[in-house]
Design a protein around this ligand. Structure first.
Ligand SMILES: C[S@@+](CC[C@H](N)C(=O)[O-])C[C@H]1O[C@@H](n2cnc3c(N)ncnc32)[C@H](O)[C@@H]1O
Length: 279
């Protein structure tokens, strides 16, 4: 199962491959504030994806948290990712649910090894923030459009321009002058770099303004339904452990985030944004 022969190896920066080389992505969504990212993304996907059975391409699907969940729900899922370790981890995740398997291949969001008009939905939960050139992001979105059937849905995640500033305030990283320099560049042009590969400072990426995500989605020829805050103003809640284990408090938190998920004045305060569009 490999699309990588016909489709050349993705050109991820070496720093990005090294960053993911620890394998931490496999557990990421199960801990910390990423639990909120996972739950909110699932809520939005349930709202916008067609009902199963439907064909879903999970592009930049990493180790397969969403692919496994969607396959268990009855979707026909094919994951593609640029990091070989993530594809290996996705194969393990698929093997762990033999009654609800999904396919996983190595490949590049800019050059999808899938036929035109062959999918009901495409997830891009990763590539847009790792593609630092605008033309590459528009190309990835246009590839998603190409493989969608008319009326099919794309859900594309971005990281907010302000994430390092807000994260630095919450976690104390701004005491480090090196991090202050990183934030200054992020605020200037969205080009996030971590020159000394500090594990907590993420890796080479582009951080969007909400309107940039809207414009790129439209430029790819998609009908933009909207840009949604994923974690919203709870992105940097320091005490998620006080909220999450208690179902009533968790539901209250999720309800409050949903109330402001499209509030333009708050979008940039959400760590992740989700553009939802249709072919
Ligand atoms: C932070 S991980 C997110 C994984 C998963 N989608 C999630 O939301 O948890 C970002 C993923 O995007 C993948 N990625 C980045 N650029 C890509 C590209 N051009 N083509 C395919 N995958 C890419 C990375 O390899 C990585 O697995």
């Amino acid at each position: 199962m490999s699309g990588s022969d016909a489709h050349p190896s993705p050109q991820l920066p070496a720093a990005t491959v090294t960053h993911y080389g620890t394998g931490y992505e496999r557990e990421r969504l199960a801990g910390g504030v990423s639990r909120l990212e996972f739950a909110r993304t699932q809520i939005l996907l349930r709202r916008f994806l067609p009902s199963p059975p439907a064909r879903v391409l999970d592009i930049g699907g990493g180790p397969g948290a969403y692919a496994g969940w969607l396959a268990r729900d009855g979707y026909d899922v094919h994951l593609l990712d640029a990091v070989p370790l993530h594809v290996e981890q996705a194969h393990c995740a698929a093997a762990a649910q033999p009654d609800r398997p999904f396919a996983a291949d190595h490949g590049d969001a800019r050059d999808l090894p899938f036929p035109d008009a062959s999918a009901d939905a495409v997830l891009l939960l990763g590539p847009l923030y790792h593609l630092t050139e605008r033309a590459d992001r528009v190309r990835a979105l246009a590839e998603a459009r190409r493989v969608l059937r008319p009326g099919g849905v794309v859900a594309a995640a971005a990281i907010s321009r302000f994430v390092s500033l807000l994260d630095g305030l919450e976690n104390g990283f701004l005491a480090d002058p090196e991090f202050v320099d990183i934030v200054a560049r992020d605020l200037r042009d969205g080009q996030h770099r971590n020159p000394n590969d500090r594990p907590s400072y993420f890796t080479t990426a582009f951080f969007h303004l909400p309107e940039e995500l809207e414009e790129e989605t439209r430029e790819a020829g998609l009908d933009l339904g909207g840009v949604y805050a994923v974690e919203g103003p709870a992105s940097f809640v320091g005490n998620l452990d006080d909220w999450w284990p208690d179902p009533a408090r968790r539901d209250l938190l999720l309800d409050l985030i949903a109330r402001v998920e499209r509030e333009p004045a708050l979008l940039g305060a959400s760590a992740h944004l989700l553009a939802v569009g249709r072919r």
